[in-house]
Design a binder for this molecule. Sequence first.
Ligand code: FES
Length: 267
Amino acid sequence: MTQTQANPPSRRAIVLYGRASFDHGQALKALATALAGRHTARGETVTVATAYADLSGPALPGVLADLERDGVTEALVIPAMVPADPSLSEWLPGALSHWAATSGTAMAVRLAPPVESALDLPAALDRIAGGLSDSIAKDVRETEPSLGKPGWSAIPEHGRQVFVCVGARCLHRGAEPLYQHLRTVMKGHRALNAGPRRVMCARTSCLYPCNRGPLLVVQPDAVWYGDLTPAKIDRIVTGLLLSDTPETADILHSNRPVGQAGDAPMG
Ligand code: FES
């Protein structure tokens, strides 16, 4: 990789693309810091950023756009999930190409093979299973037996549940800011936070009709909304969630005749 080019100088960035699950992305951030440190030690100026395929992001398109705004001219995306997500190779190359074609970016974007392909996982497993196991593995009986906090047995009382897909492809299409928009709008309506209209909002992994994403489904109404925008979310809140009168033109799919999707929520 070149470090500089004549007029204008190139600025390189590496984006580690991983999952935020479980440790909220801390492990990936630590890897990014370590990688940046190695480049610095070699006297190379490279920005190392992180992007996520799940949960709260930030998603890859937003990270790439931010890097370009910061003056980056060449970005290398490295899928850094271990184990690698086999579906990634089926959609990420095309999705990045789509982003490059539609965003108007002038930045060079390259996609590396998954980092897993460069690792010797059997050797790593062998090291752990071998002589090191006594020093790093803890006897399970040293931990108090428990299946979780006592409060985790209670079923929450919600009239409806809204499931917002933040699978990798919906996240790529901007699902996370839309989810945050939904939460913000809902907070402004008391009826949605207490009583029979109380709504539980949850982010989910892939719900399958990815090409219609970003999308959400409202249960128990079984009403699907796709190609979400902030304005569409506003209409879902005021129409279906607050007054049982959904805007039928917004509905992507419903398992019952449109117009009856808003039966009175359960108490
Ligand atoms: S990623 Fe959202 S439906 Fe597949």
